[in-house]
Design a protein around this ligand. Structure first.
Ligand code: ZN
Length: 418
């Protein structure tokens, strides 16, 4: 029985794969539900469902009870899902019955201008070409380095901005989760500001710190979200016929697989067969180790939900040794971000305010690389569009993030870190 069920699921998944093999998966008539987890039994049912190649896409990992997750359901599986909700008395809300309609609002109807800009999202090739352009325009302060290649042999690039020797360093990665397009869009906008802004506060942080920015930390997954499946999250390493990808932000070698991660290869939070199994993660850690002694602030940019998160995320983790300072700096960022467009960002440890998650970069950077100030940003929004944030919000969201950078550096300086 279980085997027959699995074979059916495998077939459905294979058909889904074939359906999108010729091009981009359409989400026409796909539903999105918000599902409340209130009992351990419901949690187990949802975790099991999440781990199978069955066509459902969980936009959040069901990490524990008393949390809600969003699930994308293909039209042919509405009935199955409703039956499951009923059987296990799972409270749920239908957020949309046509996800494609939300996707249609993500990009502008027509291109506003030629060349690179922030009124639309860009492909990896466009981002890399823009970086090369900027490096040739600002060659005295800006350089780009390839820190390794991905599983599918794409370059992983880090941008270095340095106005003078002796600066302390700031490390930033974005788009390690493939579908979080707003993160690379925001960070490229900020890089442009660091180079061109005439605002004194921006000039101060640009010129007095060395910036190391990985704008797309998961190039294979990111490329796949553009060509094939917009909501893809992981890397593209194959594990078996049906299951691809490891969650790179569960693959870091610190408290690996200690809560909020999956051991099943089809899961969207699969921690990988071992810590640092993903070449993308080992490229990042090798690079971060090489600069870490001089880096005081490490930022990992994600979406969505509007959070400023500090270590730690794993099960039953202790408080960081400088928890009070981390909170104070995070709160200052949140307060200053709110002043701009009244968007609240919640501050706290990953485990306290979001959910338990282990093998994550923010914890690794803090505990292993020894970077004293380490944060994850979860950018906009809080539910309306989720990962599919309309491009018209790129600039305002990036402005908020730049405000956070200015605030954090200022507060860190007051506390003697930078
Ligand atoms: Zn993420």
């Amino acid at each position: 029985m279980a085997t027959a069920r699995f074979l059916t699921l495998a077939l459905v998944s294979a058909l889904t794969f074939i359906a999108c093999a010729n091009g981009k998966l359409s989400y026409a008539n796909y539903a999105v539900y918000r599902v409340d987890i209130t009992t351990k039994q419901q949690l187990e049912v949802l975790q099991h469902l999440e781990s199978l190649p069955n066509g459902y896409t969980f936009l959040d990992y069901p990490a524990g009870v008393n949390m809600s997750v969003e699930v994308v359901v293909p039209p042919r599986q509405f009935l199955d899902m409703e039956l499951l909700f009923h059987k296990h008395a799972i409270q749920h809300t239908l957020l949309t019955n046509d996800l494609q309609q939300i996707l249609n609002k993500e990009r502008p109807a027509r291109k506003m201008a030629e060349g690179f800009g922030w009124d639309d999202y860009h492909t990896l090739e466009e981002i890399y070409a823009w970086i090369d352009d900027m490096v040739s325009q600002y060659s005295s302060v800006l350089s780009v380095e390839t820190i390794g290649q991905t599983y599918e042999k794409r370059d992983m690039k880090v941008i270095k901005l340095s106005y003078k020797p002796g600066n302390k360093g700031i490390f930033i990665d974005a788009n390690i989760h493939a579908r979080e397009w707003i993160t690379s869009a925001s960070i490229t906008w900020i890089l442009n500001e660091l180079l061109t802004s005439e605002d004194d506060r921006v000039r101060h942080i640009a010129e007095n710190y060395d910036w190391f920015i990985v704008p797309v930390a998961n190039p294979d997954g990111f490329a796949y979200t553009h060509t094939t499946e917009r909501l893809w999250r992981k890397t593209r390493t194959p594990h078996n016929l049906l299951c691809y990808g490891t969650d790179p932000n569960r693959n870091f070698n610190h408290q690996w697989n200690n809560g909020g991660a999956s051991t099943t290869p089809c899961s969207d939070t699969y921690a990988g067969p071992e810590p640092e199994s993903e070449v993308e993660v080992s490229n990042l850690t090798t690079f971060i180790r090489s600069i870490a002694p001089n880096v005081k602030l490490s930022l990992s940019i994600h979406s969505r939900g509007q959070y400023v998160l500090l270590p730690f995320g794993y099960n039953n983790a202790p408080r960081a040794y400088n928890y009070q300072d981390l909170m104070q700096i995070g709160q200052r960022a949140s307060v200053d971000m709110y002043k701009l467009y009244n968007k609240p960002y919640r501050v706290g440890t990953t485990a306290d305010v979001l959910y338990v998650a282990s093998g994550i970069s923010v914890d690794w950077a803090f505990a292993v690389a020894g970077i004293p100030l380490s944060y994850t940003f979860e950018l906009r929004d809080q539910g309306e569009f989720g990962f599919i944030l309309p491009a018209e919000q790129i600039v305002p969201n990036a402005e908020e993030l730049l405000e956070a950078f200015v605030a954090m550096i200022d507060e860190a300086k007051i506390l003697g870190y930078m």
